[in-house]
Design a protein around this ligand. Structure first.
Ligand SMILES: C[S@@+](CC[C@H](N)C(=O)[O-])C[C@H]1O[C@@H](n2cnc3c(N)ncnc32)[C@H](O)[C@@H]1O
Length: 200
């Protein structure tokens, strides 16, 4: 089963352990610390929309997409409740035309890391580069291989720093790659990589 089909099925089953009520702290601190100025931005694989809604609240003109209709329905409800404007679309990031490109800032939490093979992660990085302005930034939150090994489905996929660098460095300058924990509602959040990149 393809990655996107796996996720569509999970949402239908109501299984979405990655969903979180508060914006991921790694996004919040990177945007505030770097700082990433409010701009035209895209979240890919936005799920139920918590982080896109936070970005909209910070003044970002945000488009957010997900392949799951259920996820986008929930995301639209969150934006309505928060009273912010986000453009949410049901779209397949890898195969569909992305309306509104190019963007100055792209964010993904747990989407890039779903691809097991280097060629898939490279293709993903190429697609990100194709919808990012020159010099634009990509922030990716990625499950870390430094946690004890997990079986598939028992938590976020686990990637090494080398997995990330090999797939992205030809198209992106890696500005920072640091180890952290997912900002999460779970009692024991998984370790992650916080990777901020600039398009070459
Ligand atoms: C691990 S979830 C993370 C969701 C959200 N970013 C969060 O942290 O709550 C990965 C997301 O990527 C979405 N996804 C998978 N393949 C996709 C594709 N080809 N195009 C767009 N979204 C996709 C899934 O539906 C899912 O919502």
């Amino acid at each position: 089963m393809e990655v996107k089909e796996r996720f569509i099925k999970k949402y239908k089953e109501g299984c979405m352990p990655w969903a979180h009520e508060k914006p991921d702290i790694n996004l919040v601190t990177t945007v505030q610390k770097h700082p990433v100025k409010a701009c035209k931005a895209l979240e890919i694989g936005c799920g139920t929309g918590t982080d896109a809604v936070w970005l909209a609240g910070q003044g970002f003109r945000i488009t957010a997409l997900d392949v799951s209709e259920i996820a986008i329905g929930l995301a639209r409800q969150q934006a309505k409740q928060a009273g912010v404007r986000c453009r949410f679309h049901v779209a397949d990031f890898l195969n569909d035309k992305i309306d509104g490109a190019p963007f100055r800032f792209i964010f993904d939490r747990g989407f890039f890391h779903t691809f097991d093979k280097l060629f898939q992660r490279k293709a993903f990085a190429e697609k990100v580069a194709s919808v990012l302005s020159d010099g634009g930034l990509w922030l990716s939150l990625i499950g870390s291989a430094d946690d004890p090994p997990r079986k598939r489905g028992e938590g976020p996929p686990q990637r090494s720093a080398l997995d990330i660098v090999k797939a992205t460095e030809h198209r992106f300058e890696i500005l920072s790659l640091s180890t952290s924990l997912f900002g999460s509602d779970q009692p024991q959040p998984a370790r992650n990589w916080v990777c901020l990149m600039r398009k070459r």
